[in-house]
Design a protein around this ligand. Structure first.
Ligand code: NAD
Length: 265
């Protein structure tokens, strides 16, 4: 099923975890992809994996720091020029930092909001002209289960993800007449770089984590077993992103899809 034949895609966070899995999934369905990230080593590994699922000219990587306005401007200009336009923007890049809220410094707070929320905004702002131009542009943003459910020690992270959800609703309405759809995915319990080292305080009260265990049986037949036991692999989210960004998601906009194995039931 080549739902992305002829579709031009920019994926941030493509050097690791869900962003990498999404780039590979969309490539395998025929997309041409620019994968962006701050990690050049990770991007090189993604490019290597891309060679197994796609033609050499289908994937190009590009260093973009989404928290830096000039980097985003240059990176998006490169992507739209290289691809000859843009049909899909996937904003998977993000960081997780945890801590006791009363100990979080303003610098730490600002860094999380800057990368996750402001970075997602900058990517959207710079990509919108090309997405509007293509006539049926799709934006897939990354929220988190922490946006709607209490996750202790993650106040800044949860706030950044709640902001992304709200921003997504606004963009979906504001640009609907220009053919844009905007949706969020809200993953939870997905094995990735982020969840292998969540950096929780050493004295965390684990009894506060009441909604972490997926209830759906996890199958790993289509991937390596995840690094974190009890979590699903990133390709489980990539498949949902592919659905949302394809014409199969044509009637979905301004909402979020939770992909957490039912852990928040
Ligand atoms: N894994 C989960 O269970 C889970 C849950 C909720 C939300 N998410 C969200 O999913 C998205 C993907 O995360 P993941 O789980 O694959 O983690 P990950 O750490 O494996 O991937 C995140 C990627 O973002 C990149 N990145 C960080 N800062 C950047 C910046 N300033 N500019 C460009 N790239 C930057 C990292 O280098 C990394 O490659 C994130 O937005 C994350 O918040 C993940």
């Amino acid at each position: 099923m080549n739902r992305f034949d002829g579709r031009r895609v920019l994926v941030t966070g493509a050097a690791s975890g869900i962003g990498r899995a999404t780039a590979l999934r969309l490539l395998s369905e025929g997309a041409t992809v620019v994968g962006a990230d701050v990690s050049s080593d990770g991007l090189a590994a993604t490019a290597q994996a891309a060679a197994d699922v796609a033609e050499p000219d289908q994937f190009v990587s590009r260093a973009i720091d989404i928290g830096d306005e000039a980097s985003v401007r240059d990176g998006v200009a490169f992507a739209t020029h290289h691809l000859g336009g843009l049909d899909v923007l996937v904003n998977a890049a993000g960081i997780l930092r945890s801590g006791h809220t009363e100990q979080v410094t303003l610098q730490e707070w600002d860094q999380i909001i800057r990368i996750n929320l402001t970075g997602t905004f900058l990517m959207i702002r710079e990509s919108l002209p090309a997405l509007i131009d293509c006539g049926r542009g799709v934006i897939v943003n990354f929220s988190s289960t922490s946006a709607s459910f209490a996750h202790p020690y993650m106040a800044a992270y949860a706030a950044s993800k709640g902001g992304i959800q709200s921003m997504t609703h606004t963009i979906a309405l504001e640009f609907a007449k220009q053919g844009i759809r905007a949706v969020s995915v809200a993953p939870g319990s997905i094995s990735s770089g982020m969840t292998s080292a969540p950096g929780l305080p050493e004295d965390s009260d684990v009894s506060l984590f009441t909604k972490m265990q997926p209830v759906v049986r996890i199958e790993h037949a289509d991937s390596e077993p995840p690094a974190v036991p009890g979590m699903a692999g990133p390709e489980k989210v990539a498949g949902v992103v592919a659905m949302l960004a394809s014409d199969d998601g044509a009637f979905i906009s301004g909402t979020e899809v939770r992909v957490d194995g039912g852990s928040h039931l």
